[in-house]
Design a protein around this ligand. Structure first.
Ligand SMILES: [Zn+2]
Length: 323
């Protein structure tokens, strides 16, 4: 009897210990899943450069009100990071905790079936099926696609509107939404926004890359400290290529993310050679960062241009052609 009691006591202790370990693991998983709000896209300077470079390269055939909005489109590019204000989060966490995943996508966490999801809800369903938290991987391709669709609808409304007042109101909607679209496109050009290694190498690290640091980590040094001190509009705008209409926006947005994710290790290699920061001297670092910002600006300009061009009504076939 005594022996049995002893066994029961031992089992209880073990169960308690396992429960404690599980709670610890869950708590650390929750911490890892929540990105600190100081991890932003490119910093305000990089975002503004990206928005301006895209707007400066907009084709002359586009509507004049849009071409005149270069400064405004630059100003609006960092806007969704302003919504992440710590001052506001201290009052209520509803906004930031809900929309933080709009800014990134950890490609490594995406289950294969999720790449075909029609919308963010189908995407989260695939994440859950794969045993993951629905928001852990992020949503940036959907943030881009959703804003792109809004913009195309607004251009379509603008083309059809005869009332000059209403046209002006639609113009305001177009510029604002084009600016917000710009934020998420620019975010995804930053390789950190496409990976689990978003602020230091995560997991096995045989090459000894820099690891997670909350203060002055690679994310901040790369996108803010370095960009602010080294990159100006003339380093980015001339690198933006010729405009084109994107045939399949959904596929191309995913490919755009893949191409950014493919540069994650290169970013860490460069940082190992010489850390990104305000004192960095290497021309290779400057080339890499300018090219990334330009890739973002090019994708943004092409999405704006595509929204405009494909918002035109389908040409009406002439009688001769229909016969
Ligand atoms: Zn962002």
């Amino acid at each position: 009897m005594k022996q049995e009691m002893k066994q029961i006591k031992q089992m209880k202790e073990m169960t308690n210990r396992i429960a404690r370990i599980l709670l610890c693991l869950l708590a650390s998983a929750a911490l890892l899943a929540t990105r600190p709000s100081d991890v932003n896209g490119w910093g305000a300077h990089g975002h503004e450069l990206s928005g301006r470079a895209a707007a400066m390269n907009f084709p002359a055939e586009a509507p004049k009100f849009f071409r005149k909005a270069v400064n405004q489109l630059g100003y609006l590019n960092p806007e969704p990071d302003r919504w992440r204000s710590r001052e506001e989060s201290n009052l209520d966490k509803a906004l930031d905790s809900a929309y933080a995943p709009d800014h990134f996508l950890d490609m490594e966490l995406v289950p294969p079936a999720a790449f075909n999801a029609v919308n963010r809800y189908e995407f989260t369903a695939e994440m859950i099926k794969a045993g993951q938290k629905p928001t852990t991987a992020g949503f940036v391709p959907f943030s881009i696609l959703e804003m792109f669709q809004r913009l195309r609808i607004e251009f379509r409304l603008w083309r059809a509107e005869k009332d000059s007042n209403k046209r002006k109101w639609i113009e305001q909607r177009i510029i604002n939404d084009a600016g917000i679209l710009g934020h998420y496109v620019s975010d995804a050009a930053n390789p950190h926004h496409t990976t689990i290694h978003y602020n230091g190498w995560s997991g096995a690290n045989p090459k000894g890359y820099t690891t997670y640091t909350r203060e002055n980590g690679i994310h901040y040094r790369f996108e803010e400290l370095y960009v602010q001190s080294h990159i100006q509009i003339n380093d980015v705008a001339p690198l933006v290529g010729a405009p084109r209409v994107i045939e399949k926006p959904r596929e191309e947005i995913w490919n755009y993310l893949r191409s950014s994710n493919a540069l994650v290790e290169q970013l860490y290699i460069l940082d190992k050679q010489e850390p990104f920061g305000d004192k960095t001297t290497s021309p290779e670092h400057k080339k890499f960062v300018s090219a990334r910002l330009a890739a973002g600006a090019q994708m943004l300009r092409d999405l704006w241009w595509t929204a405009w061009v494909t918002s035109a009504p389908a040409p009406v076939a002439t009688t001769a052609e229909t016969k």
